[in-house]
Design a protein around this ligand. Structure first.
Ligand SMILES: [Cu+2]
Length: 141
């Protein structure tokens, strides 16, 4: 059943942009921050534009350079900024989801090495929709 759902999603996305050229999901303003000295956690910010006619549900983000990537959102609780994991990010057709400081963001956990670049892979179920490669910025930026 899961396979069938994924296949339907692929068909829907393909059909949805049949009259347009280009991929359904496009990244912009990508910014990936190096871990602070003594820590192993990085943050990444970017915009994801849905150019298809279907809602895109991002359910998983991975990176070959990190053991885990989590989507988080920041919320205010008693005047204190906290964050919680986002299980799914739904991007409506013709809208852009924004990952930014103080809002939704990506947490990159436990790097495997000290690469200058990081690759982020965005999935809807088992289907990889987008792969983005970006150079680390220094944490001071
Ligand atoms: Cu976070």
């Amino acid at each position: 059943m899961m396979r069938l759902l994924v296949a339907l999603v692929v068909a829907g996305l393909t059909f949805g942009c049949a009259e347009e050229s280009g991929p359904p999901l496009v990244a912009g303003n990508v910014s990936v921050v190096q871990p602070l000295p003594g820590t192993t956690t990085s943050a990444a910010y970017l915009e994801l534009a849905n150019h298809s006619r279907n809602t895109i549900d991002i359910t998983k983000v991975t990176s070959p350079e990190f053991a885990a990537v989590e989507m988080h959102e920041t919320f205010i609780d008693d005047d204190i900024a906290r964050m919680r994991p986002l299980e799914k990010l739904s991007i409506a057709p013709a809208t852009t989801a924004v990952f930014e400081r103080g809002g939704k963001h990506l947490m990159l956990l436990r790097p495997y090495g000290t690469a200058d670049y990081v690759t982020l892979q965005f999935y809807a179920g088992d289907l990889m929709l987008l792969s983005v490669r970006a150079r680390f910025e220094s944490a001071a930026d």
